[in-house]
Design a protein. Structure first.
Length: 68
């Protein structure tokens, strides 16, 4: 299987999350995890450039917010 590759970039009015197929599956799994009924409001994950994201990516926080 390919290595997960995710790049996040954008401007003040638009954000793009670009990924290969493995990266899209990784994001989907993270989002499904956040939707788990056993997790409470406020649970979140930080994705950082050079760690979970491609070098140079803007940091991304995936957060569960039941007030929305």
């Amino acid at each position: 299987m390919d290595e997960s590759r995710i790049n996040v970039y954008g401007s003040a009015t638009e954000i793009t999350i670009a990924a290969n197929a493995a990266g899209l599956r990784d994001l989907a799994e993270r989002l499904m995890g956040l939707a788990d009924p056993g997790l409470g409001d406020g649970y979140h994950e930080h994705l950082e450039g050079g760690i979970n994201l491609e070098e140079g990516s803007v940091s991304l926080i995936l957060a569960r917010d039941e007030a929305l």
